[in-house]
Design a protein around this ligand. Structure first.
Ligand code: INI
Length: 170
């Protein structure tokens, strides 16, 4: 049980705008994640014109594209989609780490919420399970998270703008 007031994001997407930054690497997986994210956003009420997709070569390139998209001021939240599969070398670790860190830095720098839909899997089977088979589809989950954070971010920005006005009146 909790008491007091709270700000909670809703799960409706009318009037919200979304960016989707998608890696082409392992596109067999990322295409499925993207389709599921788009279906979920549309089902929640997002207009097609409110969905902006940016394609990048690999997950390593997601953070900068997300940051640049955020800076346009055209989106309320960004879904970052990629799939990194472990290989024989340590390349996997660098791509995963920098993609996650870069996305976090990009959202903290810009103030535009970004959700992490970069699968980091040991095997292709694990990725397939998370892109529509056994484990559901992480693209849909990420889209719901994006709607929620976009909504509360917009609500908190409105509160801050209201405070700014009342301070200026004093
Ligand atoms: N990028 C991925 O998104 N997934 C991978 O599994 C992957 N592997 O295995 O190499 C990958 N590498 C490419 C990387 O993201 C960059 O595009 C590349 O290093 C150029 O900067």
């Amino acid at each position: 049980m909790s008491s007091g007031t709270g700000t909670r994001g809703g799960l409706r997407a009318e009037g919200l705008r979304f960016g989707l930054v998608v890696s082409r690497f392992n596109s067999f997986i990322t295409d499925r994640l993207l389709e599921s994210a788009l279906d979920t956003l549309r089902a929640a009420g997002a207009a097609d014109a409110a969905l902006e997709i940016v394609h990048v070569p690999g997950s390593f390139e997601i953070p900068l594209a997300a940051k640049e998209l955020a800076r346009t001021g055209r989106v309320n939240a960004i879904v970052c989609i990629g799939c990194v599969l472990r290989g024989e070398t340590t390349h996997y670790d660098y791509v995963c780490t920098e993609s996650a860190r870069g996305i976090m830095l990009a959202q903290m720098d810009t103030g535009v919420p970004m959700v992490f839909c970069v699968l980091t899997c040991d095997t292709l089977e694990q990725a397939i399970d998370r892109a529509g088979l056994k484990g559901g589809n992480k693209g849909a989950e990420a889209a719901l998270a994006a709607i929620e954070v976009a909504d509360w971010s917009r609500k908190l920005a409105a509160i801050q703008a209201g405070r700014g006005k009342s301070r200026r009146r004093r």
